[in-house]
Design a protein around this ligand. Structure first.
Ligand SMILES: [Zn+2]
Ligand SMILES: [Zn+2]
Length: 223
């Protein structure tokens, strides 16, 4: 099957369009990695990606795993996943995260939870890229995976909004599929891009209100 797909739709680099791979070695070498882990709130350097004590918010995020900047080849790859239905690119992104995971000091026994899409958007797109990424990482690192959150209303994409409007845009937009099994547990929210953190913070609030003891955010790229 893959062989036939390769014949019909030969792989091309998402950035330079060269045939052969979705991300050619030359473009891969241009990925801008986040050299040191950063705090989810001030985005300044933070040991292991843990939230600075001074930045910590009640019911907020305890840390952030993010490995590169939302620019160049990574930005192209993420946009391609969203709109062109190329699942294989997700594997490349999961690999980039895997190779950098040692830098981060998140609780080892955390449950991976994808940031949900609105049902309407998921139907239109056919899948949720955060789910693909979360499932893949859970498999690679033997973390439990739970599709726990629900997006109650259709929200505008955060990238289209100014910083002040992002928080309002997602306020009250998420709820839990079930209340049980959350109390005292640790979670890592998974999404493709971390933009201002409003979405992740809102989801952390929902989990912590239900008794989660720790909530981290994980994304491929920092927007
Ligand atoms: Zn290339
Ligand atoms: Zn900070």
């Amino acid at each position: 099957m893959n062989f036939i797909l390769d014949l019909l739709f030969p792989k091309r680099c998402v950035t330079c369009r060269k045939f052969g791979e979705y991300l050619c070695p030359n473009c891969f070498s241009k990925i801008e990695f986040v050299q040191n882990p950063v705090c989810p709130y001030c985005e300044r350097q933070a040991v292991g990606g843990k939230t600075h004590p001074g930045c910590a918010k009640r019911l907020g995020l305890d840390g952030l795993v993010v490995v590169c900047r939302y620019r160049g080849p990574v930005r192209n790859a993420i946009i391609k996943i969203k709109y062109k239905w190329i699942y294989d690119i997700e594997k490349i992104l999961a690999t980039i995260i895997s190779q950098n995971l040692w830098k981060f000091d998140f609780p080892a026994d955390s449950i991976l939870v994808p940031i949900p899409l609105h049902a309407k958007r998921k139907r239109w797109r056919g899948f949720n890229q955060a789910e693909l990424l979360g499932k893949d990482l859970a498999r690679r690192f033997k973390h439990p995976y739970l599709d726990l959150l629900l997006r109650n209303r259709y929200t505008r994409p955060q990238v289209e909004l100014k910083k002040d409007d992002r928080k309002k845009n997602v306020e009250g937009a998420f709820s839990l599929k079930k209340q049980s099994g959350i109390y005292g547990k640790k979670f890592i929210l998974v999404d493709d891009v971390y933009t201002s953190g409003a979405t992740m913070s809102e989801c952390a609030k929902v989990l912590k209100k239900a008794g989660a003891s720790s909530v981290w955010a994980l994304a491929v790229a920092l927007g």
